[in-house]
Design a protein around this ligand. Sequence first.
Ligand code: NAP
Ligand code: GDD
Length: 342
Amino acid sequence: MARRALITGITGQDGSYLAEHLLREGYEVWGLVRGQANPRVPRVRRLLQDVRLVRGDLLDQGSLISAVEKAQPDEVYNLGAISFVPMSWEQAELTGEVTGMGVLRVLEAIRVCSGITAARRSPAGQIRFYQASSSEMFGQVRETPQTERTPFHPRSPYGVAKAYGHFLTQNYRESYGMFAVSGILFNHESPRRGAEFVTRKVSLGVARIKLGMASELRLGNLEARRDWGFAGDFVRAMHLMLSAAEPEDYVIGTGRTHSVRELVEAAFGAAGLDWERHVVCDSSLHRPAEVDLLCADPKKARTQLGWEPTVSFEDLVAMMVEADLRLLADGRDPEQDNPSWP
Ligand code: NAP
Ligand code: GDD
């Protein structure tokens, strides 16, 4: 029998890459989708044809229990979240409910469906659980690079909600003996990245300027530094974590950090453009509290999981710019009609 995986957040960037990876590994893949007319569902149905969809919402405990009962998964990947950091200041309560309490609801669905109680710990052949934790939890970093032992100091309601989900996952592992792990993933990008995140905003901006569809690109803080990797590499790490002999948390990143300014230089350079002629700094795009510097130490993942990133920062930026040039030149809609989807 094929192993079964249930993915929340199947309509997002990581959900698509993880589904493809697990299908290639021979899994039966189920994806949780929300809403009665979610505009992203037709895209998933069209492009990930072998994925089975089940309705549910991270805000609705009963729907998650039903989804677990229906999919009968061996593995659950909780990728669903409100994931755009600025939105977490605008809708802090909703972010807490979806990104934080949503983790509790998924863990409870697994616990209830598995008949686990304080007296009856997790059985053999238990459902394995992956939580999408984030380097945003490190926030105002206490040390660089950041490891699995670096303390958290989140700087956004999103980071705080992720820290709650992270500790709760650890707690369910310790309280009930569940195979529940968190991947502390640093920023990972791709041509499928949402247009609101800075890498995609820049690659789309460059493509529009190159094709004469725009003349300027407005950005916020150019000095922030991130450890940017390729999403296709990072989903392999999620699967490796759930395939390991012991449930443990891992930092996943490239170990190299670049500023937004360097990202901009590389992206405009990839299209043969001079960024200083087009980029406008807009202080309204600055955040109430910024995460200035993120840089991973992925040694544990390398030595224990054998995980390595394969795409460099420079190749990632070039890949995204080229994909957006093709997309816009073909007259396609970046949100609805992205040919970089499978
Ligand atoms: P994404 O593209 O923003 O996808 C988020 C997903 O969450 C979407 O499928 C969305 O579904 C779903 N979702 C939102 N609200 C929901 C709800 N109430 N119930 C069920 N699903 C809901 O994010 P991503 O980049 O793929 O990231 C995947 C996960 O990794 C997220 O948890 C994110 O916080 C975390 N993470 C990402 C990175 C990164 O750099 N990408 C780094 C560290 C951690 P709809 O289509 O219905 O809105
Ligand atoms: N989005 C955006 N838009 N960011 C900008 C802009 C802009 O116009 N100008 C500068 N930036 C800076 C932000 O201030 C931030 O320092 C950096 O670019 C990266 O912003 P995002 O791409 O929005 O990502 P993020 O680091 O806030 O969060 C992403 O990575 C986290 C992991 O560290 C998201 O994917 C989170 O969900 C994820 O957990």
